[in-house]
Write a protein that binds this ligand. Structure first.
Ligand code: ATP
Length: 248
């Protein structure tokens, strides 16, 4: 049976700077407990979709001008990013964005800033992060700026986990990483999804890897969803093979 969506994006339009129409009516659903891929080439509108959900568009002079977004049945379009974080909607930005001058552990702790459940709960989350990312435990005292790209990506995901997320919007985790590290990170995403009941909406240009780990995928082209389906179906689809699977 179909699980109720934790997130649904209903026909949203996004405009930057009052004139640049970037999303032209995007609809998608993230089922509770699933991994859902948002695919498409550079510039298709993946990041914009994630930022529309987490309400981070305003800083970029963008706004949702049509449509609506619901999270666990509640309309969230007008919530601030930190209200969304408190409710469990966390975005991991493309390009990782760790605080270079803080240690890995300090970076992780910044992820807990909205929590009100006390130090021992935060400590438990930190242990949970180190359990899934043993490399971060090893590097806990290192300045993030001196760690590898893969470790910084792990740090960015770990920091999101520190906020007690129910859904993580993960933007291009494979970017700039060696294939083996990409697999390692996706493998951890799979475990987090299965064991911690975190749902994922995963924006990826790397169609191969995303469809290997996701259950369902949407393909964006030029601000529109042009195809959607089970990951297994998409992998077998001739157009997907020709236009997306060859490249990444
Ligand atoms: P990428 O992989 O590069 O992140 P994407 O699929 O995530 O690609 P977006 O970053 O959402 O695509 O960009 C979609 C379109 O919106 C692009 O044409 C981009 O130039 C445009 N765009 C993004 N941010 C802005 C902005 N702040 N102002 C104007 N246009 C923007």
């Amino acid at each position: 049976g179909a699980t109720a969506p934790i997130l649904s994006v209903n026909n949203i339009e996004v405009i930057y700077d009052h004139v640049i129409l970037v999303l032209k009516g995007v609809s998608l659903e993230v089922p509770e407990g699933g991994i859902t891929a948002l695919l498409g080439a550079n510039g298709a509108g993946k990041t914009t979709t994630l930022k529309a959900i987490s309400n981070l568009l305003r800083a970029e002079r963008g706004e949702v001008t049509k449509g609506s977004i619901t999270y666990r049945g509640e309309q969230v379009d007008s919530m601030t990013p930190s209200e969304l974080v408190r409710r469990g909607v966390i975005q991991v930005m493309e390009g990782r964005h760790c605080f270079e001058h803080l240690t890995i552990e300090e970076n992780l702790l910044t992820g807990a800033y909205t929590r009100k459940d006390g130090w021992s709960a935060v400590k438990e989350s930190l242990e949970m992060v180190y359990h899934y990312f043993p490399r971060l435990r090893e590097r806990r005292g290192s300045q993030a700026g001196y760690t590898s790209g893969g470790e910084q990506q792990m740090c960015a995901v770990g920091r999101a986990l520190m906020a007690n997320p129910r859904v993580i919007l993960l933007d291009e985790p494979s970017m700039g990483l060696a294939p083996q590290l990409v697999e390692e990170i996706f493998e951890i995403v799979r475990q987090l999804n299965a064991e911690q009941n975190v749902s994922f909406l995963l924006a990826e240009q790397n169609t191969n890897i995303a469809l290997k780990y996701a259950k369902f995928g949407y393909i964006l082209e030029n601000g529109r969803v042009v195809m959607e389906g089970d990951a297994a179906e998409l992998r077998e689809n001739e157009d997907v093979k020709e236009f997306y699977l060859g490249i990444a």
